[in-house]
Design a protein around this ligand. Structure first.
Ligand SMILES: Nc1ncnc2c1ncn2[C@@H]1O[C@H](COP(=O)(O)OP(=O)(O)OP(=O)(O)O)[C@@H](O)[C@H]1O
Ligand SMILES: [Mg+2]
Length: 439
């Protein structure tokens, strides 16, 4: 019998033309003929066009796991597709390092036959960036962290308004005004160091010493965090065919500054500017206004970007704002054209900005039982809600990886069992049991 294939996130006409080209294999379709659970045919996800997707579900239901499955889909793509794509994983729990390790979990390996896959890893395609503070801390405890590059940001990449928000300063305050003047001047000359900042503050004429000192103290605290430097890192976060894991799990609210949001903000903002520029150049070339050769060389430099964010409510909350709120909303609202895609995972859809839910073209929902969260989804995707949701929700309790998929392209609710990972998932719950007694 010919195996059926469902492709999520792709229109019927495009599916007819392309089949599963440029798709990530995510699992099996599930249906309930005669009320009985049945897995039938393979499920795929389009990952070569722009999307805004959400993965939701309560604690421990497989959200991070599914993000890993989708990331593996990028690694599995043929080079002619993957070279035009770059994947950046915002890792808030250090769970994506193990994309470099093949799966050794016995119970997951047992499931693999059914899904037609085997353990595999992509060492060369995955790049792990870790902040220096985490590496130093591990060394103090006699441990060595594995990483490919130290995460360092050039000071010149931070905008005045981001410093102001990070330090919780008003632009109209004396310290805020001084900061704005100093950084604006320094940015004109390109890269600059912390010493350049201190020198420039000291050189300011008509400013009270106490104001100068308080601004210096703020930058001294930032300097100690080892995240910023004059030149930053050589590595670009975006590279065609590569998966970059940006491990910001160790930053947290270091020294009371919301550094995680700042890093996401800088990345999202810069990519928006770069991809918009590229798209303009490309359109000019198509209109016969530009140099064709130029466009071809830029394509390699500016691949289409997918950003995967775990615990997305931290960066784009429903109430209040963070430094990354505006840049991420820009991706959500304007990202289609320049080719900027977001895949966000969250435990609580109601804690995530309403635009992320409304604008998402696909929602993958793992076990959802909280009324507020189901209501948040229903509100956004009312038109696909079906009868019999209760039995589906009940099955989700005991079948790992079972998910409801709301797909705007198909305008209906589909069930899917997400496949096991090729690579190891390290986000397992902490346990006091010895390893041989865990399952
Ligand atoms: N598709 C799947 N196939 C097999 N096992 C799975 C699958 N999805 C999840 N699991 C199992 O469920 C566990 C929990 O998954 P995961 O860490 O992704 O949860 P989570 O939703 O991200 O939780 P949290 O909200 O606490 O971060 C995993 O350790 C894994 O063992
Ligand atoms: Mg998780």
């Amino acid at each position: 019998m010919l195996e059926t294939k469902e492709i999520f996130g792709r229109s019927e006409s495009k599916t007819k033309k392309l089949g599963t080209k440029g798709c990530s294999y995510i699992g099996k379709n599930v249906s309930y003929p005669g009320g009985e659970y049945e897995e039938m045919g393979k499920a795929y996800l389009d990952i070569v066009s722009p999307h805004c997707m959400l993965i939701v579900g309560k604690r421990g239901t497989g959200k991070s796991y599914t993000l890993g499955v989708i990331a593996e889909g990028f690694a599995r793509l043929k080079e002619k597709y993957s070279n035009n794509l770059s994947l950046v994983l915002i890792d808030t729990m250090s769970v994506f390092h193990s994309l470099k390790k093949e799966n050794t979990n016995e119970s997951e390996i047992e499931l693999m036959d059914n899904f037609d896959i085997e353990p595999k890893s992509w060492k060369e395609d995955v790049k792990i960036l870790v902040p220096e503070a985490a590496i130093k801390k591990a060394r103090q405890n006699g441990e060595e962290l594995h990483f490919d590059e130290i995460l360092k940001i050039a000071l010149s990449r931070v905008e005045v308004h981001e410093w102001l928000e990070l330090f919780d300063l008003e632009i109209t305050s004396s310290t805020g005004t001084l900061l704005s003047r100093v950084i604006t001047e320094l940015k004109k000359k390109g890269n600059f160091s912390f010493e350049d900042i201190y020198r420039r503050i000291s050189d300011e004429g008509e400013v009270e010493e106490s104001t100068k000192n308080s601004l210096k103290t703020l930058f001294e605290m930032i300097q100690k965090l080892d995240i910023f430097s004059k030149a930053g890192m050589d590595e670009t976060m975006v590279e065609g065919g590569k998966i970059t894991v940006l491990d910001i799990s160790h930053l947290g609210r270091l020294g009371d500054y919301e550094l995680r949001s700042l890093i996401v903000s800088i990345f999202a903002r810069e990519q928006m500017a770069k991809r918009t520029l590229y798209t303009t150049v490309e359109m000019q070339a198509q209109a016969g206004l530009g140099e064709k050769e130029g466009v071809e060389s830029i394509t390699e430099e500016y691949p289409i970007v997918y950003m995967l964010i775990d615990e997305a409510h931290l960066f784009l909350p429903s109430e209040g704002t963070t430094l990354s709120t505006e840049p991420l909303l820009d991706w959500i609202k304007l990202g289609r054209h320049p080719g900027l895609s977001l895949i966000m995972a969250t435990q609580e859809p109601s804690a995530l900005h309403a635009s992320a839910i409304k604008q998402s073209d696909m929602i993958i929902a793992h076990n959802m039982t909280a009324k507020g969260d189901l209501d948040a989804l229903k509100l956004a995707k009312q038109s696909y809600m079906k009868e019999g949701l209760d039995e589906v929700v009940a099955d989700m309790e005991f079948k790992r990886g079972l998910a409801m998929i709301f797909d705007d392209k198909r305008r209906e609710l589909q069930m899917c069992r997400i496949r096991p990972r090729h690579t190891l998932h390290t986000g397992v719950d902490a346990s006091a049991l010895p390893p041989e007694e865990r399952f």
